[in-house]
Design a protein around this ligand. Structure first.
Ligand code: HSE
Length: 378
């Protein structure tokens, strides 16, 4: 396999290092801004040096972002090159187009590192579905937010200080809003839903709330309630898909509550195998690079499918999902008061309400209180 690598940042450089250990795999050229950063004179500044090179059979992308990643991906696939990427924004937004282009050109499309960093999540979903059907997926899919919440629970740390630390350690996305507002998790959920259920849902249809506004006082409140806060994505299969990304207060003692630092814990439930969970490094240079080079080896071994053979478009519908919510807001609101079950010091916990109604209502409330925080309570 002769690789053209796109990007030489945290993940790209890691892929280059790990690929050096593999027999029959070589990184021939690297597209990056500072070509001098790439050892061996392999740096190139123009994508055509890779796409037009007939000696390169595989393009590995570790840049991130939608553009020019989409133009590079479609160019590479049309040129008959396998495409391996860690870019969840690209795959989540352009999944049908990418799958179609890969099929038309008879090449492989793989993105195992895009969900769960170094965890063998998508490949086990693929394996499970050979003999079983997956009904539900859920879990902690973001290392940065887990790192922040864990530190806030352990040390009473302030949100901003821990975020800066996570960025320094290379866990956070280039723009950390994608982590803390939930977009990164939502992209991973869209990709996982496609692989697990064969259903394509739209990112914008999945209700999402992040952890940007959580405070040290909220964490004290969670502890008083005997709970641990985690950012959880979940999806359930059906004619319509139930799917959400939101903070959840988990009983201390449940497996997710014990997930430390930047680790992820992701779970599927299938008809025959039951519950299977995967714990590991969801972010960082070498865990992510590990799954990228695993994809290279799988493609070398002839794997061509994008985790499942068939995809159909599906809608998201959370009207029947009933959940109780912790809400801390300075805005007074009649609807919220009408659904309050308990009143704490500066917060309420609602009775079970429709998740779809709750998210719609809170979006409106946020325009009056942008520091509002909520979490589902389990
Ligand atoms: N920023 C992501 C995370 C990287 O923190 O999980 C891996 O997708």
């Amino acid at each position: 396999m002769r690789i053209g690598l796109l990007g030489y940042g945290v993940v790209g450089a890691g892929v280059d290092h790990l690929a050096q250990r593999l027999e029959g795999v070589s990184v021939e050229k690297v597209l990056c801004l500072n070509v001098g950063d790439v050892p061996g004179g392999r740096g190139v500044a123009d994508i055509s040096a890779i796409i037009d090179d007939p000696e390169i059979d595989t393009v590995v992308e570790a840049m991130g972002g939608l553009h020019p990643a989409w133009e590079f991906a479609s160019g590479a696939l049309k040129a008959g090159k396998h495409y391996i990427t860690a870019n969840k924004a690209l795959v989540s937004a352009f999944l049908p187009e990418l799958v179609e282009l890969a099929k038309e050109n008879g090449v492989a499309l793989r993105c195992t590192a895009a969900v769960g960093g170094g965890i063998p999540w998508l490949v086990n979903i693929e394996r499970c579905r050979r003999v079983d059907s997956i009904r539900r997926i859920h879990g902690i899919f973001n290392g940065t937010t887990n790192f922040i919440l864990d530190a806030m629970h352990r040390d009473g740390a302030e949100f901003e200080r821990v975020l800066a630390q996570a960025q320094k350690l290379g866990y956070a996305e280039a723009d950390p809003s994608a982590d803390i507002d939930g977009d990164d998790v939502r992209r991973k959920l869209v990709i996982s839903t496609a692989a697990a259920f064969g259903k394509l849902i739209r990112e914008s249809d999945v209700p999402m709330f992040g952890i940007r506004t959580v405070t040290a006082q909220d964490v004290l409140n969670f502890k008083a309630l005997g709970k641990v806060c985690k950012l959880i994505a979940r999806a359930e299969s059906g004619e319509k898909i139930k799917a959400s990304v939101e903070p959840v207060l988990i009983p201390a003692g449940a497996p997710e509550s014990a997930v430390p630092e930047n680790f992820n814990l992701v779970t599927y439930e299938s008809e025959n195998a039951g519950v299977q969970s995967f714990f590991g490094q969801g972010a960082g240079r070498y865990p992510t690079a590990y799954n990228v080079v695993q994809d290279c080896l799988d493609v070398c071994g002839g794997k061509n499918d994008f985790y499942t053979k068939q995809y159909v478009a599906a809608e998201v519908d959370n009207r029947d999902v009933l959940r109780c919510y912790y809400v801390r807001t300075s805005a007074s609101d009649a609807w919220l008061q009408s659904v309050a079950a308990t009143q704490g010091d500066g917060y309420i916990v609602t009775r079970a309400v429709s998740q779809a109604d709750f998210h719609a209502h809170v979006r409106e409330l946020q325009s009056r209180d942008h520091r509002l925080f909520f979490a589902a309570v389990e």
